[in-house]
Design a protein around this ligand. Structure first.
Ligand SMILES: NC(=O)c1ccc[n+]([C@@H]2O[C@H](COP(=O)([O-])OP(=O)(O)OC[C@H]3O[C@@H](n4cnc5c(N)ncnc54)[C@H](OP(=O)(O)O)[C@@H]3O)[C@@H](O)[C@H]2O)c1
Length: 265
């Protein structure tokens, strides 16, 4: 039997932007399904949740880069009778560096996580939402997905996928009661750069100095979802940069970014 409490499932809830999604949603009265690989960190986030239904929150340890993991996560929620009314596909990883030198295993895990798991979770939870006639999905893309991005080439391409998939799914679900939104953050002060293998201190200084806090980015995403927007770019400077890059031929932004990044890495 399904629970009467409504659940928001947040992938990558153990830290960074995902932790902030979980804290904010719990404070709004949601019970949270906290998903990630690091159980100790997930339990620490669970303990920090406050809100009317926070105590009903659940931790599910799951490596979403493993084939079949998204299906197992969905089955786990079904087995526990959790009614997931809000899905936040936040977990993501990056692979930084010269594309031809990337570790094949790292790239494969990234594509499995950023592309396959996100798509399968949208399908499995989305069809339940559609059957109920209500639900919300927030997919975390990236500003980097708006243009080809040297040194984050495959990562940025996965995030182009996230945006385009979200927009197509949103069009398919129009009028169904299910809202699908894509959040496009620029630099955010989390562990993302370190986890992506960025070694350059100059790059990290630039990223941190120009980054937003994860709380602010999570708030932008949830507000966009609440407003039923198709997508939201976090940060005024990023919105201006996206507009200006959009005026250029498609080959220009990667060329500009390459010469800029070559001074940092
Ligand atoms: N930070 C930025 O500058 C930035 C910019 C644009 C977009 N984004 C996007 O924002 C999202 C959140 O990133 P963040 O900045 O918060 O990064 P982060 O600090 O590295 O956090 C990533 C989260 O994803 C989880 N995760 C990583 N691999 C996983 C896997 N295989 N299975 C399940 N969970 C996994 C991690 O938890 P565990 O380690 O517990 O698994 C962690 O909770 C990502 O989709 C990222 O691409 C970030």
């Amino acid at each position: 039997m399904q629970s009467l409490i409504k659940y928001a499932l947040v992938t990558g809830a153990s830290g960074g932007i995902g932790r902030e999604f979980a804290l904010r949603l719990a404070s709004e009265g949601w019970a949270i399904v906290l998903v990630g690989r690091n159980e100790a960190k997930l339990l620490a986030v669970k303990a920090a949740l406050s809100g009317a239904n926070a105590a009903a929150s659940e931790v599910v340890v799951c490596d979403l880069s493993v084939p079949g993991a998204a299906e197992r996560l969905h089955a786990t929620c079904a087995g526990k009778g959790l009614a997931v009314e809000l899905l936040v596909n936040n977990a993501g990883s990056g692979v930084f560096g010269e594309s031809l030198e990337s570790s094949p295993a790292g790239v494969e895990a990234m594509v499995n996580l950023n592309v396959s798991a996100l798509t399968i979770l949208c399908a499995l939870f989305g069809r339940e939402m559609k059957a109920r006639g209500s639900g919300r999905v927030l997919n975390v893309g990236s500003f980097a997905g708006l243009n080809a991005t040297p040194y984050f080439a495959a990562y940025a391409a996965t995030k182009s996928y996230v945006l385009n998939y979200t927009l197509a799914l949103r069009a398919e679900l129009r009028g169904s009661g299910v809202v699908v939104t894509c959040l496009l953050p620029g630099y955010v002060r989390t562990d993302f750069d370190d986890n992506a293998g960025v070694k350059s201190a100059a790059y990290k200084r630039f990223s941190s100095a120009n980054g937003l806090g994860p709380e602010e980015v999570a708030a932008v995403g949830l507000a966009a979802l609440e407003d039923g927007k198709a997508f939201a770019i976090a940060g005024a400077r990023n919105r201006i940069a996206a507009f200006l890059f959009g005026l250029l031929p498609r080959t220009a932004p990667p060329a500009i970014m390459k010469s800029f990044l070559d001074r940092l890495v």
